[in-house]
Ligand binder design. Structure first.
Ligand code: SF4
Length: 310
């Protein structure tokens, strides 16, 4: 049975998630009634259910929001046409989009203005990709692999490349190389964020010494799923769990060293019961595997800061 636990650092909440959660938290504190949120505020079941219990209502259509209500856009960003729709209905709109996602929107918007065709490297259908594509839908193609690049139609326009923020650093390299080969003059931005990069580095580091890696995160969390993939590419058994309840004790059979990490939308409190459970199973050494120190912080929207200061 396991005797050692390796804890990835950094793990769990990133600055964009902290900001989104603080925004919704503050709005719920102030609100008389319900606060509506377009899509999940962050992709974590526990976080979403905790907010639902406090009066947050997660919706997928602006038409579901009653007149005069407050509507929050999630950390993943949103298609500007949806923002326009909400504003045209006179809703109180608060944008919790991570500033690093907003940066990608601005890059895409500028490229479209300058007559580029845009390649958006990312997972089609993901909330963030839908939002970024919405900046210039008629000139944006989503590519997720080298095969997708090969299938692109020829164009006489210059090419501008942006990426989803939560991709696998390794997999994206292959897709970017394919773009470079096919369109040597393409202007390429790598928008994979610091939090995604650091969490992947940390899990790679600990997977080198672990017999089993547990990643805490929800199935629809892109960056959490990537952490499992990174561990598996290191040849280690790895599982994605929402919490202790998803862990099958048989996973620990024959395992001496367990690695533990969490996606960027996961509160650290979800790891505590797993750590306690492992101690009960004989873990006597808990060692941090530190690859980076994160000091990034994002301010709340001015509207909320002012309300906070009054
Ligand atoms: Fe922002 Fe990166 Fe966190 Fe996404 S994972 S919310 S882009 S900091």
């Amino acid at each position: 049975m396991p005797h050692t636990l390796l804890l990835a650092e950094p793990r769990g909440f990133c600055a964009g998630v902290v900001r989104a959660i603080d925004i919704l938290d503050q709005l719920l504190e102030e609100a008389d009634g319900e606060v509506y949120v377009f899509h999940e505020i962050v992709h974590n079941r526990y976080v979403v259910e905790s907010f639902q219990a406090r009066g947050a209502v997660f919706i997928d259509q602006i038409s579901e929001v009653p007149d005069g209500s407050c509507l929050v856009f999630s950390a993943h960003g949103v298609d500007p046409a949806i923002v326009d729709h909400a504003v045209s209905r006179g809703l109180r709109v608060i944008d919790a989009t991570c500033p690093l996602v907003t940066k990608v929107h601005l890059e895409a918007k500028k490229a479209a203005r300058e007559d580029f065709d845009i390649l958006l490297v990312g997972h089609d259908g993901h909330d963030e990709v839908q939002g970024t594509k919405g900046e210039a839908p008629e000139r944006t193609s989503v590519v997720d692999s080298e095969d997708d690049v090969a299938k692109l139609r020829a164009t006489d326009k210059p090419i501008f490349v942006v990426t989803q923020t939560t991709l696998s650093v390794e997999d994206t390299r292959g897709t970017i190389d394919a773009i470079r080969n096919r369109f040597p003059d393409a202007e390429i931005r790598n928008d994979i964020c610091y939090a995604t990069t650091n969490r992947q580095l940390a899990v790679k580091e600990l997977a080198g010494d672990a017999d089993l890696v547990i990643v805490v995160g929800s199935e629809n969390s892109s960056n959490s799923v990537r952490l499992v993939e990174v561990a598996r590419t290191m040849g280690v058994r790895a599982y994605l769990v929402d919490g202790l309840e998803d862990i099958d004790a048989s996973w620990y059979e024959g395992v001496e060293v367990v690695g533990l990490t969490a996606g960027a939308s996961v509160p650290d409190e979800l790891l505590d019961p797993i750590i306690e459970d492992l101690k009960g199973r004989g873990v006597v050494r808990i060692l941090p595997v530190v690859v980076a120190e994160e000091t990034v912080e994002f301010k709340l929207p001015a509207e909320l800061l002012i309300a906070d200061e009054v």
